[in-house]
Design a protein. Structure first.
Length: 255
């Protein structure tokens, strides 16, 4: 019964069209049969046309009755029975809800593991700033002093210290190790402050990193007495380099 009411509710316009066409058709047939009935002369023919007229009117009345019943069901019965309307919703909605549940179960923004703390590895080297080895060819037994202008722990001259007096062959001890290491170089320049264009590379560039070891040897005794600066520069694979480390030393006059 509910299925029949549902069909009447959804396809009532089809019933109205069919009933209208049937009503017009049989009214036309009844009209034509009645005209022939009036002009008929013979009693048998008049009786036949009268029967056709009544039959056509009966079919017309049947189509009118069907249309009336459909209208009554839509306007009265279906308005009283709200249970027939939810049937359509129940038949339609279950198909949409399972479809929407599936895609919501894909929480792909889980790549929160990407911000790994790998770039914080360089600060771990600060745990080993104590020089394990002492410079052997140092002229004076002054303690190793980390210069204040060596901000990067991977670019550091440990010996000679700041304002230290050196002579003879000086072993420059320190650390030259950064990420993506390519090479390092140690330069010297006279003057205080030195001329920016007076820096000269000691030996050649070195393509192996060093940590708390001898970076290069500098023949300080071969130069006139005065103030000199030593500079360590470490370059990475991209050609960039952190701030260099500079140390001020003094070469004394030879007696």
């Amino acid at each position: 019964m509910n299925l029949l009411l549902l069909l009447l509710d959804q396809y009532d316009w089809v019933v109205y069209i069919v009933c209208a066409l049937g009503l017009l058709l049989y009214l036309g047939l009844a009209r034509q049969a009645y005209r022939e009935y009036r002009v008929s002369v013979f009693a048998l023919e008049r009786e036949e046309k009268w029967r056709e007229t009544r039959q056509a009117l009966a079919f017309a009345a049947l189509f009118a009755g069907i249309a009336s019943v459909t209208l009554y069901v839509n306007q009265v019965v279906l308005r009283r029975e709200p249970s027939t309307r939810p049937i359509t919703a129940a038949l339609v909605t279950p198909t949409s809800t399972p479809v929407l549940i599936g895609p919501t179960l894909t929480p792909e923004p889980t790549p929160t593991l990407t911000p790994s703390p790998t770039p914080r590895r360089p600060p771990l080297r600060r745990a080993t700033p104590t020089p394990a080895t002492s410079p052997t060819p140092a002229a004076s037994p002054t303690p190793q002093v980390v210069p204040p202008n060596c901000p990067n722990p991977g670019v550091r001259i440990l010996s000679p210290g700041m304002n230290q007096t050196v002579s003879g062959t000086v072993a420059v001890v320190g650390t030259a190790r950064i990420e993506n290491f390519q090479f390092y170089k140690v330069e010297f320049a006279p003057g205080d402050p030195p001329d920016p264009n007076a820096w000269v590379v000691i030996g050649d560039v070195v393509r192996s990193p060093v940590e708390n070891g001898v970076l290069i040897t500098w023949p300080a005794g071969a130069f006139p007495a005065g103030v000199y600066w030593l500079r360590l520069t470490v370059v990475d694979q991209t050609g960039n380099f952190p701030p260099p480390c500079e140390v001020r030393v003094i070469v004394p006059a030879v007696p």
